[in-house]
Design a protein around this ligand. Structure first.
Ligand code: PAF
Length: 278
């Protein structure tokens, strides 16, 4: 496995890849089985798999969140070599941003709801770094987890807007046996918080049984009520069209409907989602 820190080295290493399929998994490190499932899928579908590890400052709207984001490069490299990754691209901030990226993307109503509403500028930063990484790696296919449901929709839109010919593969959420969605942020939870966090998925799963009897706004209220007295603070829970990400008022509005949630478990913000209709 090659470990590369500059775009020019990466370009050199990939020059002989003409005609070879390149799969790409962008990450911010602190890798877990969710990331490794993306790497393994890329390995099955491509001849070369590149994984980037870069904690992207432009997507953090809160500097304390950026500071405390877990950084575990040695352990990440070790895990990636075990699953047979070919190239790790781990650049510095100066390498990716030799000058300030002033590009402003417009994702319309895809970015004015949920994460976009609560984390202003977040998706602009995601689009900045993902486009730079796409330019550096030039993959055929890039893999993203469905846990970051809105991010996946934004990346698909960015690919359209920038005319990339890269296929975007959305991959299922990987969960602990407790149901808690795997996330790099889970390692910031205290033991006590880690015990509480599985309630998120338990409540989401339970809410699915009401689809036949209740309207979306009633299911939404039921979920919000269920979180009362759990010790977890819901930032938002929205039942949305899986394509437009706009809230739905009836189950007939779309053939793809997803419930998306952001919850504070202590100071740690966790997101998750569940399909109501697919
Ligand atoms: O999902 C993530 O880990 C990040 O948002 C990404 C896509 C690697 C961009 O920094």
């Amino acid at each position: 496995m090659q470990i590369i820190t500059t775009k020019s080295e990466l370009c050199k290493s990939l020059t002989n890849s003409t005609g070879i399929r390149i799969g790409f998994v962008p990450t911010m490190g602190a890798l877990h089985q969710g990331h490794l499932s993306l790497v393994m899928r890329s390995k099955r579908e491509n001849e070369v798999t590149v994984v980037s590890i870069f904690v992207n400052p432009t997507q953090f709207n809160d500097s304390r969140d950026l500071e405390k984001y877990p950084r575990t490069l040695d352990a990440d490299i070790n895990l990636l070599s075990q699953v047979g990754c070919d190239i790790v691209f781990a650049p510095t901030v100066d390498e990716m941003y030799p000058e300030k990226d002033t590009r402003i993307f417009n994702f319309g109503t895809l970015e004015t709801v949920m994460e976009g509403r609560h984390r202003p500028g977040h998706f602009n930063g995601v689009a900045q770094i993902v486009s730079k990484l796409f330019d550096a790696v030039q993959p055929h296919i890039a893999y993203f987890g469905e846990k970051d449901f809105q991010q996946l929709a934004i990346i698909r839109e960015m690919v359209k807007q920038l005319n990339y010919t890269i296929t975007i593969a959305g991959c299922p959420i990987v969960r602990e046996s407790s149901g808690l969605a795997l996330s790099s942020r889970n390692m910031l939870l205290s033991a006590e918080e880690h015990k509480k966090a599985p309630i998120i998925y338990q409540i989401l799963s339970e809410s699915c049984i009401f689809v036949a009897q209740k309207q979306p706004h009633e299911v939404r209220n039921w979920v919000l009520n269920k979180f009362q007295n759990t010790g977890l603070d819901v930032e938002y829970f929205e039942i949305v069209d899986g394509y437009s990400l706009q809230p739905v008022s009836s189950w007939n509005e779309s053939d793809y409907i997803v419930g998306c949630i952001a919850v504070f478990c202590g100071k740690i913000r966790l997101i998750d989602n569940i399909p109501f209709k697919r």
